[in-house]
Design a protein around this ligand. Structure first.
Ligand code: ADP
Ligand code: MG
Length: 585
């Protein structure tokens, strides 16, 4: 094919696609415009998950009648006039693309009036073309109605998810903005029913109650505003970034990172660095694989920030990202230390690694009411952990099962003393060796109904990366548009688990830490994380028969003493140790 310039309507649709991915993107752009217009009240009306209708009405400054049409021209904006302005953006919009993009792919009407004009302007566009314009009476402010989104892009329309899913995206977005702007009154109706309303009181805690409910909101801690402190060292040029908002107490946590919400200079952003800073502040305080809730606002000089990264404006680049990281991490950590009771950790010999501790915490939390018995506590004394060197290639002697403790550990007797075996870790080891052995033809199980996975941006990145490995292991996973994936088959070991949870767990685990560049190392890690999901959990009651079978299979493994993640599967109390402890020697 020869090179040709695209016809304008094709170019416009392509450009629109970058801004408007789904109904929630329309809501986002319209809300941002209302905020930029100085509105104090923003009403959002949605029908059929936004596919049928999205209406955003504000009481902001309105658009002068002479400029209404210009607002829909591509790259027309009242918020920016020079390249230098890009370094001092304080508005949410600046690209002048949103209205043009939305209008290009929908039927759109605008009704708007500034305070100093007696009549409002009414404008109707279809596919970006103005088809009607007239004067009309209306209150001061702007109302934009978007109907039949993507009516002229069937490909995009096809990829939209169910009404429920699109509606959830919209709700999540609106509640985020309501949290970022507690001084504004937001209200949302779906099919004419009011489903969310913020008071506009200016108190973030009021919005948290509306978004998360009283119980959860009551467990959120206000982040102590981070006045620069002496021990933080002097800030370099200009100001220290400021952090404010709320974070969850360590006992409140979630399985994914969806509840980490960040606003940078009032703009909702996705940002791995900020996520990481918060999670690091919780280091060792949360059970493994669990994530905190946070609503944090970071403010810094506009020149410290590049907001012009992506048409959807949901990513930013920090000029001094280490400094932002440190400020956020310290502010959250300080909040937790000062306000949340932290369990006192005092292992006698300091031989426990952080991982040991985290694992123990996770088990205790998972099984809070069933505290380990005194025997288990004694045996968990740090000094009793064997070093990996001792364990290598150390086959297990035949063991006689005595019972289960705290629904988590198996007690067994062997020729040389007592064994306490972690049922989950042991099962992980068993499954791991089985899967490694059959790697080339792992039995896969087709699902009668495909499982639908809705992934976060972080998870999608991992999924795309590891899809070949997952496929080799027996998964059949297909992208299904946007953040959705269809799972049609899984490795047989996963049958019977909660698949959605298991898959999310696998993807989340892979998202953490660096992936080895070596293919076989990567594969091992993926296998290990599959095993973690498939394995019997702590807290699960096992029959005598099941206990014996588990131990029998563990005896057959080549490395019975560690789980695939390298943690111990068992604690061995030798005959000699028992005698010493009881003062017999
Ligand atoms: P941007 O927000 O990047 O400037 P948009 O396409 O979203 O670009 O909007 C174009 C212009 O239309 C804005 O710069 C603003 O002047 C005007 N505008 C859009 N929405 C509103 C609104 N709700 N109230 C007042 N003015 C608005
Ligand atoms: Mg805008």
């Amino acid at each position: 094919m020869t090179i040709r310039v695209l016809p304008p309507e094709v170019a416009a649709k392509i450009a629109a696609g970058e801004v408007v991915e789904r109904p929630a993107s329309v809501v986002k752009e319209l809300i941002e415009n209302a905020i930029d217009a100085g509105a104090t009240e923003i009403r959002i009306e949605v029908r059929q998950g936004g596919k049928r209708l999205i209406r955003v009405a504000d009481n902001g400054c309105g658009i002068p009648s002479a400029e209404v049409e210009l607002a829909f021209a591509r790259h027309s904006t009242s918020k920016l006039s020079s390249v230098e302005d890009l370094t001092r953006i304080i508005t949410l919009g600046f690209r002048g693309e949103a209205l043009a993009s939305i209008a290009a792919v929908s039927h759109l009407t605008m009704l708007t009036r500034p305070a100093d004009e007696p009549v409002g302007s009414y404008l109707r566009l279809e596919g970006g073309n103005i088809i009607n314009r007239e004067g009309r009476g209306c209150p001061v402010g702007t109302m934009v109605t978007v109907e039949n989104l993507f009516y002229n892009i069937p490909a995009r329309l096809k990829f939209l998810r169910s009404e429920t899913t699109e509606r959830q995206h919209i709700d999540q977005l609106i509640t985020r903005y309501a949290m970022a702007y507690p001084q504004l009154r937001f209200s949302v109706t779906h099919e004419g029913r009011l489903t969310f309303q913020s008071t506009g009181s200016g108190q973030l805690s009021d919005v948290l109650i509306k978004v998360y409910g009283l119980e959860v909101a009551g467990q959120m801690l206000a982040v102590s505003s981070s006045q620069p402190r002496a021990e933080d060292g002097p800030s370099e040029d200009g100001q220290e970034p400021r952090v404010s908002g709320y974070v969850s107490v360590p006992t409140l946590h979630r399985a994914n990172r969806d509840h980490l919400t960040f606003f940078v200079n009032g703009r909702w952003v996705r940002d791995r660095m900020l996520t990481h800073a918060v999670e690091q502040a919780y280091h060792t305080l949360l059970p493994v694989g669990r994530h905190p809730l946070a609503v944090l606002r970071v403010d810094l000089a506009p020149a410290e920030l590049d907001v012009n990264i992506h048409p959807a404006k949901s990513e930013v680049k920090f000029l001094h990202s280490e400094r932002v990281f440190a400020t956020v991490q310290k502010a959250v950590r300080r909040t937790l230390v000062e306000q949340a009771p932290i369990p006192v950790i005092s292992p006698q010999s300091g031989q426990w690694t952080a991982a040991d501790w985290e694992r123990r915490q996770a088990l205790i939390t998972a099984d809070r009411e069933r505290l380990p018995t005194q025997l288990a506590l004694d045996a968990q004394r740090p000094g009793e952990f064997l070093t990996p060197a001792q364990q290598a290639e150390d086959k297990l002697p035949p063991l006689r099962v005595l019972g289960q403790v705290a629904r988590t550990y198996i007690i067994a007797e062997g020729p040389s003393g007592l064994y306490l075996i972690d049922q989950h870790a042991a099962h992980e080891r068993i499954l791991y060796e089985q899967l490694i052995a059959q790697k080339e033809q792992s039995p896969a199980q087709a699902l009668l109904e495909p499982t639908i996975l809705e992934l976060t941006p972080d998870q999608i990145a991992v999924m795309e990366e590891q899809l070949p490995v997952l496929t080799r292991l027996g998964f059949t996973i297909e992208p299904f548009g946007g953040s959705t994936y269809l799972v049609r088959a899984v490795p047989a070991v996963l049958v019977g688990t909660d698949l959605r949870q298991a898959l999310a767990g696998i993807v989340d685990e892979l998202a953490e830490g660096r992936m080895s560049p070596l293919a076989h190392e990567r594969e091992k890690r993926v296998i290990a994380s599959v095993c973690k999901q498939a394995a019997i959990k702590a807290g699960q009651v096992l029959s005598d028969e099941e206990l014996r079978e588990l131990i029998r299979q563990l005896e057959a493994t080549t490395m019975p003493r560690t789980c695939p993640h390298g943690r111990p599967t068992m604690i061995h109390l030798s005959q000699a140790q028992l005698e010493r402890e009881f003062g017999r020697r």
